[in-house]
Design a binder for this molecule. Structure first.
Ligand SMILES: O=C(O)COP(=O)(O)O
Ligand SMILES: [Mg+2]
Length: 228
C-alpha cells in the first residue's frame, strides 16, 4: 500500500507555512496565510516556492537566482520539521495495523528526499516503510506514474493489487496514470479538486478504514462497502 505524506499521514502545513514565511520575510515580503499555503502543498517544494513568490508579487527568479532562493527555503524547511511532525488521528494505528497484517507499506511523496527520514524519525515511523520515494528521488515526481510504478516493483506487487492513498489531485492523477487503484482522504490539502469525482475506490476521513480490507491474497482490493 502506497501512502502520500503531506496532507494524508501528517498535517505538516503549519510547519511548511512557517518555513515559507521565514523565507518570504528574509526576502522582504509579507507573510502568506497558512490556509493559502496549504493549497500550494503536494506538488513538490519548487512548486511551493513558485507559488509563494508569485503570491508575494515578487519577480520570479530563474536559473541560479531561483536556486539561491530555493536553498533559503530548504534551510527554513529543515528547521521546520519538528513543527511538521503532526500525525493525523488514525494514521499511526493504520500504518502499524497494516504492518501487523503483513501488508507492505511504502511512502510516495513529493517532499524532498532529504527531509523524509528526519520527519519519520520524529514520528517514530522510520521502521514502518518498506520503500520510500521523495519528490526528487527519481527523474519524475507525481503526477507522473513513475514513483508509483517504481514502488510497486520494489514491493514486488502487481500495480493493480497496490493501492495509492493520497489527498490531492496530484495523487489521483499519478494513480490513474499508473493504473493503480486510489483511496482519497477528505481532510488534506486540496485545490479546486472534486474529491468524489476523482475516480477513487473510497474517500475516507479515517485511515483506519484501510484495516478493514482483507489480508493480502484474499482478493486484492476489496474496500469495505459504505466506506465511500
Ligand atoms: O509537495 C510536497 O512537498 C509534498 O507533498 P505530498 O507528500 O503530498 O506528496
Ligand atoms: Mg499530499
Amino acid at each position: 500500500m502506497l501512502f502520500d505524506l503531506d496532507g494524508t499521514l501528517v498535517d505538516s502545513a503549519h510547519g511548511i507555512a512557517w518555513a515559507v514565511n521565514r523565507t518570504l520575510a528574509e526576502l522582504g515580503h509579507p507573510a502568506a496565510d497558512e490556509t493559502l499555503v496549504r493549497t500550494w502543498i503536494g506538488e513538490g517544494a519548487r512548486f511551493l516556492l513558485h507559488r509563494a513568490l508569485r503570491h508575494a508579487g515578487a519577480d520570479l527568479p530563474d536559473g541560479e537566482a531561483f536556486d539561491r532562493v530555493f536553498a533559503l527555503l530548504m534551510r527554513h524547511y529543515a528547521a521546520s520539521l519538528p513543527r511538521q511532525a503532526r500525525a493525523y488521528p488514525g494514521a499511526d494505528a493504520a500504518l502499524r495495523g497494516l504492518r501487523e497484517r503483513g501488508v507492505a507499506v511504502a511512502l510516495c511523496t513529493n517532499k524532498p528526499q532529504r527531509f523524509i527520514d528526519p520527519l519519520l524519525e520524529a514520528l517514530d515511523w522510520r521502521a514502518l516503510f518498506d520503500g520510500i520515494v521523495g519528490g526528487d528521488t527519481l527523474p519524475e515526481c507525481k503526477p507522473s506514474a513513475l514513483p508509483l510504478l517504481h514502488l510497486a516493483r520494489a514491493l514486488d506487487a502487481p500495480v493493480e493489487a497496490c493501492l495509492m492513498v493520497g489527498d490531492s489531485h496530484t495523487d489521483a492523477a499519478a494513480a490513474h496514470a499508473a493504473g493503480m487503484p486510489l483511496v482519497l482522504v477528505d481532510y488534506g490539502y486540496h485545490r479546486e479538486f472534486d474529491l468524489h469525482g476523482a475516480g477513487a475506490v473510497a474517500v475516507t476521513g479515517d485511515l483506519r478504514m484501510l484495516l478493514q480490507m482483507p489480508a493480502p491474497g484474499a482478493g486484492a482490493l476489496a474496500v469495505p462497502t459504505g466506506a465511500v
